[in-house]
Write a protein that binds this ligand. Sequence first.
Ligand SMILES: [Zn+2]
Length: 287
Amino acid sequence: MGYLCIDLGATKTLIGLYGDEGEEVQITEKPTDHFIEQMEQVLGEITHRANIEKVAVGSAGPMDEENLRVFPPNLDMDYLDFSEGLEGYGEIILLNDCNAGAVGEYVYGEHSAENLVYIAFGSGIGGGVIEGGRLLRGWKGNFAEVGHMKVGDRFECGCGGKGHWESYCSGDNIPMVAEEVIGRKYDDTKEIFDDYHKGDREVKELLEMVCEHNAIAMSNIIDVYNPELISIGGKVALEHPEIFLEEPKEQISGNINDIPEIRKCDLKRRSTIYGLRAICTGDHELQ
Ligand SMILES: [Zn+2]
């Protein structure tokens, strides 16, 4: 008996194997493309065909949670169907990865709140909302796709839209914004932040624009979801809190709702997998 929790990221996938008391047996990291291609084999090697009672999967959306399918725009296929790859592993639960992250922070975070919004800045931007202790899930499991909120009228988003928060401020998009705004080619966000820390004036102005759009989006989140706590996670934000947390926090103003506490998440890169574990073990019940 035991549980399997799978945090399917854009480039890396975390696979957690837990015993029947929820104790961590093993956490394995695999490249996501390898995991998708070899799902049965990878999971067979991890579980040794042990009896798994439940599997919880956290993935970027959009998704159809009931039919266990995800349709992320960055995927090289029409959709990914977990009912095929996970056949024989007991009950399968599919959740948006940032919705699961909100559950992780709510249940196990040191700084929790009954009304919280979790936001993760990675290759994209995702969110999850706990309202009165309950995860809001929406139609087909697609609640709080905050990354696709319109915050401006520039830059193409991976979803095909324009001016979305993600198109201004996500790890994958900041290099494209840099090329368009200051005409420089960067391979990744890290190189941009290296220039920023060297005091490059153009890069500083570019990142001021990122801060400003983070503040616009967070202001919208405060007025729409009315949280007591905004918990910020994801690799990009955890590495550069000044651009994704501290400075935007200073710029939030003019809201009808009270400004909540805004802070780094407590579980670092493990919010999603902890949330999936909470759902498997019953530490959090989905409603
Ligand atoms: Zn979009």
